[in-house]
Write a new protein. Structure first.
Length: 265
């Protein structure tokens, strides 16, 4: 085991830590946890009891990983042959009890990625090749299939299931028990099996400090795109004409233009 820095590392005597694992200063590893050969854990991260971290997994600083979580295990992909693929987790994340996060397949860039400040509640699942940005909340038992992208500040309710290759935009709010099979635009609320849009996530946007002007621009853009009766192309062109200087509206429009699975309506 390679330990960096002068601050004390706390490893319970019953934990099993491979001699080649890289453990930074201030890390705590609880009873009966198992840390694999290729794992790197950053400063101040706390690993509770009965946690498994394996594979080519890099974990940043000040994360909290709770009991019975399984981190960096192989992807659930029948074509995977134990190739060297990666899981990279940033800083200040909370991964609660029994959550599972898998490393990638060889079918894209070989990386599953979780950014900073995310909160993965109990029994949530992040599959291979997913890209989670920052400050995302996944409630209990929310599950992501492979190759999903979730952007900043999105919230997934409990028991939400998301189909492979779906993209979820920033500040989107998805209600519990929803099935997501197409892209969810930024700033919106969605729910249902299969999910439908229910307008802007207005309360969430206000809580995040969006101005009334920005929210009003987004509301108007939403109505033009989804309720005007125009084709998507016509509606997007009209929105761009009306709000050329709104960064948030431009992001909304850009998301629509680059959707690969189609956008939830």
């Amino acid at each position: 085991m390679m330990i960096s820095g002068a601050q004390e590392v706390s490893i319970h005597p019953t934990a099993i830590v491979h001699p080649n694992a890289r453990i930074a200063e201030g890390v705590e590893i609880g009873p009966y946890s198992v840390i694999g050969e290729h794992v790197s854990i950053g400063k101040g991260t706390k690993v509770a009891s009965h946690v498994l971290i394996e594979g080519w997994t890099t974990i940043g600083e000040r994360n909290r990983i709770f009991s019975f979580s399984s981190i960096g295990t192989p992807p659930q992909d029948i074509g995977y042959r134990n190739e060297e693929t990666y899981l990279v987790i940033g800083n200040d994340n909370v991964i609660r009890e029994c959550a599972t996060v898998h490393r990638a397949t060889t079918k894209a860039d070989r990386r599953t990625e979780i950014g900073h400040g995310n909160y993965l509640m109990a029994y949530s699942h992040v599959a291979h090749d997913c890209k989670l940005r920052n400050n995302i909340i996944m409630a209990n038992s929310a599950g992501l299939a492979g190759h999903i992208v979730i952007e900043d500040h999105a919230i997934l309710g409990g028991i939400v299931g998301v189909h492979q290759h779906v993209r979820i935009g920033a500040y989107a709010m998805i209600g519990g028990q929803s099935a997501i099979v197409q892209d969810i635009p930024p700033y919106v609320s969605a729910a249902g099996n299969r999910a439908q849009l229910y307008g802007l996530n207005t309360i969430g946007l206000k809580r995040r400090g969006f101005s009334d002007e920005t929210i009003n621009h987004l509301k108007k853009a939403y109505k033009i795109i989804f309720r005007s009766g125009m084709t998507i192309e016509e509606a997007i062109n009209k929105v761009v004409e009306e709000f050329p200087d709104s960064r948030e509206v431009n992001y909304f429009v850009d998301f629509m233009r680059h959707s690969k699975r189609g956008v939830t309506r």
